[in-house]
Design a protein. Structure first.
Length: 103
C-alpha cells in the first residue's frame, strides 16, 4: 500500500504574488549592472547636486551686506543679543547647536 501525498492547493493570494515576483524578476542577471549604468550615474549626480546645494545654500540663507553698511562687518541684535556677521549662515548664528549636526 502506497501513500500518495497530494500538494495542497495554493491560495490565490500566494499564486498572485508568486506570478508577480516572477514578472519583476530580472532575466539577464549577469548584465544588470551594464543595463543600469545610466540610471546609477543619474542617481549619483542628483545626490551630489543636492548635497552641494545644501552645503552652499544653508537653510535660512546667509547674512548679506547692504550698500550703506560698507564699514560694518557684524551687527548685534538689541532684542536677542545675537551677533550676525556678513557671510555667516543665519541658522548657524541663531541655532548653533542645531546647525553643527546639519553640516
Amino acid at each position: 500500500m502506497s501513500i500518495v501525498q497530494e500538494n495542497p492547493p495554493k491560495s490565490s493570494f500566494r499564486k498572485f504574488f508568486q506570478s508577480l515576483d516572477e514578472w519583476f524578476e530580472y532575466k539577464n542577471k549577469g548584465k544588470w549592472i551594464e543595463d543600469m549604468k545610466g540610471s546609477i550615474s543619474l542617481t549619483a549626480s542628483i545626490i551630489a547636486t543636492m548635497t552641494f546645494s545644501l552645503a552652499t545654500n544653508p537653510p535660512g540663507g546667509v547674512v548679506q551686506a547692504s550698500l550703506d553698511d560698507v564699514n560694518r562687518r557684524c551687527l548685534t541684535s538689541n532684542v536677542t543679543g545675537v551677533r550676525l556677521c556678513v557671510g555667516e549662515a543665519l541658522l548657524g548664528s541663531l541655532d548653533h547647536n542645531g546647525y553643527l549636526p546639519f553640516l
